[in-house]
Design a protein around this ligand. Structure first.
Ligand code: GLN
Ligand code: ZN
Length: 769
């Protein structure tokens, strides 16, 4: 009948147990044995939770100490040569020391190797370790983690479905480390290892194996398309009696539908959240022996499922295929949502009414089970009760005055083209701003934050605990801000900042002050390795009840005659780093935030803050996965930024800041943002990232970062002079500013002072040339 299927479960632990165990192991505070034990405990608890919540196809090998792509690299023996000296560090099934060396680098006993590169997992905020391939790459089965975890669960009385990243997706996720070959051509060498893996799992008694091929839902070239049937013929042949499941997610199959439904496998998993409408076309194509796993419960967001809506899709599939060939599942692995809503009990940051609209990983399992029971038709009283409650929650979300603010909705629908455009051209603005600020050429500034020392974090923690009063806290922040203003004056920086000492995080700080936001206590999601983030939740129409930053910016400005830059986070970045509403388009939510930021910009302007920076480091990461959707996104993303920054005086200077990205392919859109000044990360690429701006003849002012803030290393004046000369060779000198790559909050004071001193000196040398 309708089976319940789960693709993957979060593994950091409900209270970040894995993070704590990993970090203790790295600090040599616990043994390898203890770390392995901590991992086992999490797996055991995850498997039991899934079983108790009615999941029939429970994944194994979805656990990882660091990253599942790295696990696979180790499994297939794709271990870069620089780790050869660590190959003997084989530590049970996990090869822990070698493994963590690949993830984080290794510096001990004369061995000094760098980590492998890390990058974003599709359009999530999860980062994986990028496989490295060489021309005569060899693969060989090196770890049996997949088998050990299958057997481990079996011993606990739980039959699991091992999960493997598919061979095509694995190769595509990697990178060629030398010229002269295409990594996809390594497939013939890689496949025998997959065949061996499947053979071993078959021998161990595995009934199902899930093979993740998310690239089937992306833009792939014809050669790759042609590869899919070939590869799966081979895998199917090697699988002996195992039923193979191909999992796709994060997008609809679109042009790859025909390939996907005709693969020689038992089941195909579809993301019916991102690919909401793909069922219509796919059902018409499904061959007689294929089962569909319907990903109806969202794996990427924290909203309760709308049962009535999901049941419509399920019914459509059941009508076409029959109950035996339809499974119910979350849309993707649940890795991207927090563990358990039951651990949230703070009425103030997460009101009961809002909590009733949410479902975290554990709750989503129950939703999958409920939907299967409801679709089956033989409904018990308990499930029926939950169905009624689910309908009520959906109705409450549609109508709650906590969410719906007609004034906010009206304001967004009344945004005009005028609202998204500055009154005067950049050149006219530049003249007005020059008259006002009279800044020198190669003007110096910083990106906003100054060191968040232990003290600063302690004041915040103490205030939260009630150990100090608001007045005491404010006094500390005021003093730290004043010290920072004085330091910048001494350093002779031209445009100062207040230092952001009052902020915990550049999104949370605003979220806490905007209406329409809620917060969790334990809503952690893995970002990379042991690092987790706790994204705030946008549940309702967003607006700004009060000033958010004026107080500290105005205070800082009152201390000095030099201009102090106001510091805001941009609408797209606020959206991108939050859990967002699914009951209206992302663009609508972003416009609401843009108007709230505009209100703050105008309040700053009124308070005499005439240089205002609106950070948008996350613009690029919001890009949709499919090319065909990208321009529409860029259009509303850029327009939102413009809405937040246009309705100001000519002599108000708008800055923006971007980092961690390539700019080449979106340079036109960055230019369309029309910020008076953009500061960007460039130093690690030796100003190469500036080329995109130069080639495009970027018209407004640019501050290419002259030193890397990720390292405590203090660069010499000469290095920075050289970088600036390089910049000057490609961008007219009148357009250039001088600043670090990004904010300084992770740095300590001594290196910060020393680096900024050299930076100002470098700017002065350039001015004199
Ligand atoms: N203004 C922020 C800071 O300096 C910018 C951070 C960022 O770009 N990520 O910390
Ligand atoms: Zn930055």
């Amino acid at each position: 009948m309708l089976l319940t299927n789960n693709l993957g479960y979060p593994r950091v632990g409900a209270f970040r147990e894995l993070k704590k165990a990993n970090e203790a192991y790295w600090a040599k505070k616990i043994s390898a044995e203890e770390l392995l034990q901590a991992g086992l405990k999490i797996r055991e608890s995850n498997w039991n939770t899934q079983k108790e919540n009615g999941i029939e196809l429970i994944p194994s090998n979805d656990f990882s100490f660091y990253d599942q792509v790295l696990d696979l690299s180790l499994t297939v023996g794709a271990i870069p040569a620089r780790y050869n000296s660590l190959l003997n560090k084989i530590d049970r099934q996990y090869n822990l020391d070698l493994y963590f060396a690949m993830a984080r680098g290794f510096q001990e006993g004369g061995v000094d190797v760098t980590a492998m590169e890390m990058t974003k997992w599709f359009d999530t905020n999860y980062h994986y370790i990028v496989p490295e391939f060489v021309k005569d790459q060899e693969f060989k089965l090196t770890s049996e983690k997949f088998l050990n975890e299958y057997n481990e669960a079996k011993k606990l009385g739980i039959e699991t479905k091992p999960v493997l990243i598919g061979p095509i997706t694995y190769l595509l996720l990697g990178k060629e480390k030398e010229a002269g070959f295409n990594r996809i051509d390594l497939i013939d060498k890689l496949l025998p290892v997959y065949e061996e893996i499947l053979g071993k799992l078959a021998d161990a008694g595995a009934k199902y194996v899930q093979i993740d091929e998310p690239f089937l839902a992306l833009d792939i070239d014809d050669a790759t398309k042609a590869l899919y049937p070939e590869v799966f013929e081979k895998l199917a042949a090697a699988a002996k009696g195992i039923k193979l499941i191909v999992a796709t997610y994060f997008e609809a199959l679109r042009d790859n539908e025909d390939i996907a439904v005709n693969l020689p496998v038992h089941a195909l998993h579809l993301d019916l959240v991102r690919g909401e409408n793909q069922l219509d076309t796919i059902l018409a194509k499904v061959p007689a022996n294929l089962t569909l796993s319907l990903g109806v419960v969202e794996g990427r967001n924290i909203w309760k499922n709308d049962y009535e809506n999901s049941l419509k899709k399920i019914k459509q599939a059941v009508d076409a295929l029959g109950k035996d060939r339809v499974w119910i599942a979350p849309s993707s692995s649940l890795l991207h949502v927090p563990f358990d809503l039951d651990n949230e009990n703070n009425e103030e940051s997460l009101p009961a009414e809002v909590k009733n609209w949410l479902a975290f990983a554990k709750q989503k399992l129950a939703e999958v089970r409920d939907l299967a029971v409801l679709a089956e038709g033989d409904v018990d009283a308990e499930t029926q009760k939950r169905f009624e409650a689910n309908k009520e929650a959906a109705e409450s979300r549609r109508t709650s005055p906590l969410i719906h603010k007609p004034e906010v909705k009206n304001r967004v629908s009344n945004i005009t083209d005028e609202d998204a455009k500055r009154t005067s051209t950049f050149n006219a603005r530049k003249e007005a701003q020059q008259a006002k600020f009279n800044l020198p050429g190669f003007a110096t500034t910083t990106i906003g934050s100054f060191p968040q020392t232990k003290d600063v974090r302690k004041w915040r923690a103490d205030l939260k605990k009630g150990a100090i009063t608001q007045e005491q806290y404010d006094k500390e922040i005021a003093e730290e801000t004043e010290r920072t203003i004085r330091l910048q004056e001494e350093l002779d920086i031209d445009v100062l900042v207040h230092g952001e000492f009052e902020r915990n995080d550049m999104v949370e700080y605003f979220g806490e002050q905007l209406a329409g936001y809620a917060f969790t206590q334990n809503g952690w999601v893995q970002s990379y390795g042991s690092r987790c983030v706790k994204p705030p939740i946008i549940f309702g129409d967003v607006y700004r009840p009060e000033d958010m930053t004026v107080r500290w910016s105005a205070y800082a400005q009152s201390l000095t005659n030099r201009p102090v830059k106001g510091m805001l986070t941009g609408p797209v970045t606020i959206l991108q780093w939050s859990f967002v509403r699914n009951d209206q388009p992302r663009s609508t939510t972003t416009y609401q935030i843009a108007l709230a930021i505009l209100d703050e910009v105008q309040a700053l302007e009124k308070a005499g803050i005439k240089i205002i920076q609106i950070d948008e480091p996350a613009i690029r990461e919001g890009l949709p996965l499919r090319k065909a959707d990208q321009q529409a996104y860029l259009d509303w993303a850029v327009r939102s930024f413009r809405v937040s920054s246009s309705n100001v005086e000519d002599d108000t200077q708008i800055h923006t800041h971007m980092c961690y990205s390539e700019f080449n392919d979106i340079i036109q859109d960055i230019a369309a943002m029309d910020a008076d000044v953009i500061t960007i990360e460039t130093s690690r690429s030796q100003m190469e990232l500036l080329d995109a701006f130069a080639d495009f003849k970027y018209p407004n002012d640019i501050g290419p970062g002259v030193y890397d803030i990720h390292s405590p290393r203090v660069p010499s004046t000469e290095e920075m002079v050289n970088l600036l000369r390089k910049a000057k060779a490609v961008v007219p000198a009148e357009q250039l500013w001088v600043n670090p790559d990004c904010g300084l909050k992770t740095r300590a004071w001594p290196e910060t002072k020393a680096a900024l001193e050299s930076m100002v000196e470098a700017a002065k040398i350039l001015r004199a040339e």
